[in-house]
Ligand binder design. Structure first.
Ligand code: HQG
Length: 181
């Protein structure tokens, strides 16, 4: 398997559908590495611990993390399965960005940003990242999020281990179209 295919498969299993591999995630989202490798072998996707280490270390967004002893692995964000990553609230920067597709703009302006199946709405500190995220869904459109104001009004923000900003929802009044600096 190519690194990208391994990463995609790990995202599926560690964020959304551990049952595809027949493994369990604990309440903090951790999977046992030995068991994961065994199950992958059994499914015709053989992977050594060394290769897994390489894929995790070289992953462009640092999507996965090991525990200290490297006996467990989890996704750092993006879950739809209910896990508690034990993230502590952190004050956000004044502004964050959310990339989406043009065809979703009217609905977002009406309802705000909703987390849908995921545990959180995902925001980024950089416009460029938001633009790439948006392009996954169609013609990209970027919203500026007045995160500082939200925080002042008591809304909590979290930052994943790989530095993605997370919050539960963003009301329309905190959003504006980002049209360049
Ligand atoms: C949209 C990737 C209509 C929202 C990225 C998005 C991210 C609405 C889509 C992470 C809406 C959900 C998450 C509303 C939100 N009406 N559309 N009211 N509220 N939406 O994939 O943020 O590469 O679940 O704009 O980098 O695109 O996988 O979320 O377009 O960090 O590691 O509903 O996934 O990380 O799509 O991406 P998603 P996302 P990875």
């Amino acid at each position: 398997m190519k690194d990208r295919d391994i990463s995609k498969f790990l995202s599926l299993v560690l964020r959304h559908k551990p049952e595809v591999l027949g493994i369990d995630l604990d309440e903090e989202g951790w999977a046992n590495v030995d068991l994961l490798l065994q199950k992958m072998q059994a499914q015709g996707k053989p992977l050594t611990q060394e290769r897994l280490e390489e894929v995790v270390a070289s992953n462009d967004k640092q999507r996965f993390a090991f525990n200290e002893k490297h006996t467990q692995i989890r996704a750092s964000q993006g879950h739809s399965v209910p896990v508690d990553l034990k993230l502590q609230p952190v004050p956000p920067p004044e502004f964050l960005y959310h990339g989406t597709a043009e065809h979703q703009v009217a609905s977002i302006q009406r309802e705000g940003l909703q987390r849908h199946s995921r545990q959180y709405v995902h925001l980024s500190a950089e416009v460029e990242t938001a633009s790439k995220v948006g392009a996954r869904h169609g013609k990209p459109f970027i919203f500026l999020v007045r995160s500082g104001q939200m925080h002042q009004n008591g809304v909590k923000f979290y930052q994943s281990e790989n530095k993605v900003w997370l919050t539960y929802a963003v009301a329309p009044s905190y959003l504006e179209a980002y049209t360049g600096s």
